[in-house]
Write a protein of this length. Structure first.
Length: 246
């Protein structure tokens, strides 16, 4: 047996020292059953179940070490750590990543990050002829314009949203927005797939809709006004008479 193995055996045998340290730190009523030990680069950590209310699956971890065979075993630290089945809080998410559509209220400010890949400086080509043509016509320029990556993500979000081709409304519609007279096509690189609904009675009025979206207010929708029960021809004709001599 090597010196390292001998030291590991000695630290494992010192389980009661570890339990005493945990009970001293947390209180005997909060330290539960022994769960085993883990070797850690010249030290060894003993694990005990936690009996603290609300910390299901957590473990008291007591790390022991020594400077050599002739030195006493000492306690390095006592901490409460989550086990593999522990009840823990969700991972922390930065505030700017928690904002969702509809969260922005009146007076709120949500500036884009400096490295936002949805935007590119305006002196670079925007890769959108519609944007560039409009800026040239007005003699104006914007500091930043939407990048290709930003437009692709926008298109994916719109297509999968409430006014996309897979929504329940679109699936039950008589026809698609691309053939509707109220469909106002966008300009630029998104014109082939998106437009704005201009029908005041449609659920998507004033909203960006996918060309394959549709609803019951389609301009070419027709309603069958014929009676459900067909009217049969008259059973007699009074324009002709058969005369019978008496």
């Amino acid at each position: 047996m090597t010196e390292q193995d001998s030291e590991d055996v000695r630290l494992r045998a010192a389980m009661e020292i570890a339990r005493h340290a945990a009970e001293t730190d947390a209180g005997a009523e909060r330290v539960g059953d022994y769960l085993g030990a883990q070797s850690e680069h010249g030290a060894l950590t003993h694990l005990f179940a936690s009996r603290i209310e609300g910390y299901r699956g957590w473990r008291w971890a007591v790390t022991l070490a020594s400077a050599g065979p002739e030195t006493p075993v000492t306690v390095s630290e006592v901490v409460l750590l989550p086990g593999p089945d522990a009840l823990t809080g969700p991972d922390w998410v930065p505030w700017q990543d928690r904002i969702r559509a509809g969260d922005l209220g009146v007076g709120d400010l949500m500036p884009p990050q400096e490295d936002d890949d949805r935007l590119v400086p305006a002196y670079l080509e925007s890769d959108d002829p519609g944007i560039e043509r409009l800026a040239m016509e007005l003699g104006l320029g914007r500091k930043r314009v939407m990048s290709r990556a930003g437009r692709l993500r926008t298109a994916k979000r719109w297509r999968g949203g409430e006014f996309g081709p897979r929504s329940d409304m679109a699936r039950s519609a008589p026809a698609r927005c691309g053939t509707c007279g109220f469909y106002l096509q966008l300009d630029g690189s998104l014109r082939a797939a998106f437009g704005v609904c201009g029908n005041e009675i449609a659920p998507a009025d004033g909203r960006v809709v996918h060309v394959e979206y549709g609803c019951g207010a389609h301009s070419e929708a027709e309603v069958d006004t014929r009676p459900a029960v067909p009217v049969t021809e008259m059973v007699y004709d009074d324009t002709n008479f058969d005369v019978e001599q008496r």
